[in-house]
Design a protein around this ligand. Structure first.
Ligand code: SOE
Length: 379
């Protein structure tokens, strides 16, 4: 089998850094037969791009993603650019027969996502959407515990994803990171940016959602434009969004997301209540999974905080440090890239793939439609 993959990365912002670091680290900590080669990085500003390439060890640069895709030495296109670029890049990369990794949300909406899924299926190219929170060891452990039947029948799924970084009304629309405030670039606000993570985890852990009803709010309705701060524009993204859901398995779900929860920087949580037990996770304490086992002796029963750093027993942790030395945000991306490589090496389904990203996008669209109309949406 071929033992290297030449990677072409599109985008050198926050996600460009997390992915570059992941390519550099994955094979140092996980035994792989296929090694990623940091062949080329693509972005529009040649000076910033070169600095980025030098820092992370990318061999070359391109300022047009089309040229990157045309290059015969590039085998994998990794998309870390804003959401409004995902579809065109995926369609062109699939047509050129390249493997694809795409940041979340997969697209601005489900119709774009559908075309992307059709394109990768037609081309038969390996593909993955980067929902990195699945790769937190505590979250992967939660999945294992559910599959082992430790919760029994699930009654409730309760998710929150809270941040506070857009509360200032001086923050402009557009530019690095702040393209997330521009509906044309982002597609939506917290629904695509944050709830997409919560929805992906919910579908993975508790199964399909059948129907939902949502409400959303834009708290700051006008903002200066980054391109010309003397001008302002109407804000068209959702600053906060909450929805109620019924899962196909009969469980009830509540989901809440906002960028206006003062003090909450990246609080991505879920609690799942089952007949036999409960598990709860909070990314701000990511090396811990709370577990209540109703089958334990009632004299000693109570919530335990499982410290998810036991190399013998816990997902991914055997490849890191000794127990007690936890891991962080960047490791979730290293695990994602490592899982992608294992998928190729073992010829197994890559997970989550673009089809999974599409399923999340369908729920996001239903959330936005319900928030706009006030009606229940069926999935
Ligand atoms: C937004 O603030 C953001 O950077 C998201 O885009 C990421 O997906 C999330 O994991 C951290 O927050």
């Amino acid at each position: 089998m071929k033992n290297s993959i030449n990677v072409g990365l599109v985008g050198y912002g926050f996600m460009g850094r997390t992915h570059s670091n992941a390519y550099a680290q994955a094979c140092k900590f996980f035994p792989h037969t296929i090694h990623p080669v940091l062949k080329a990085v693509c972005g529009r500003d040649p000076v910033k791009l070169q600095t980025f390439a030098d820092n992370w060890g990318w061999e070359s640069t391109e300022t047009d993603w089309r040229k990157l895709i045309e290059r015969s030495d590039i085998e994998l296109i990794d998309i870390c650019s804003p959401n409004d670029t995902h579809m065109d890049i995926v369609l062109a990369a699939a047509k050129a027969g390249k493997m694809i990794i795409c940041e979340k949300p997969l697209a601005k909406n489900a119709s774009e996502a559908r075309l992307m899924v059709d394109a990768v299926k037609k081309a038969g190219v390996p593909n993955m959407v980067c929902f990195n929170y699945r790769r937190v060891p505590a979250v992967t452990l939660a999945k294992r515990m559910i599959d082992e039947g430790r919760l029994g029948r699930i009654f409730h799924y309760r998710a929150k994803y809270l941040q506070d970084w857009t509360m200032s009304s001086n923050l402009p629309i557009g530019g690095p990171t702040l393209w997330r405030l521009d509906a044309k670039a982002a597609g939506s606000g917290v629904t695509g940016d944050l709830l997409a993570h919560s929805i992906d985890l919910a579908l993975w852990l508790a199964g399909p959602i059948q129907e939902l009803t949502a409400m959303s709010k834009t708290f700051i309705t006008n903002r200066p434009l980054q391109a010309d701060p003397s001008k302002s524009a109407k804000v068209e993204i959702d600053d906060a969004c909450a929805f109620l859901a019924r899962f196909k398995n009969g469980a009830l779900g509540t989901f809440e997301s906002t960028r206006y929860a003062r003090g909450r920087k990246n609080q991505n949580t879920f609690e799942i209540n089952g007949e036999l037990g409960t598990i709860a996770f909070d990314f701000e304490n990511m090396n811990v999974l709370e577990y209540y086992d109703h089958r334990a002796d009632s004299a000693y029963r109570g919530f335990s905080k499982i410290q998810v750093w036991d190399g013998d027993k816990h997902p991914y942790m055997g490849n890191w440090w000794v127990p007690g030395c936890g891991i962080g945000y960047e490791h979730t991306f290293i695990h994602a890239i490592s899982d992608f490589l294992y998928g190729l090496e073992q010829n197994t389904k890559l997970c989550p793939d673009l089809e999974d990203g599409y399923k999340t996008q369908l729920v996001c669209d239903a959330v936005l439609a319900s928030a706009a109309s006030g009606s229940w949406q069926q999935l």
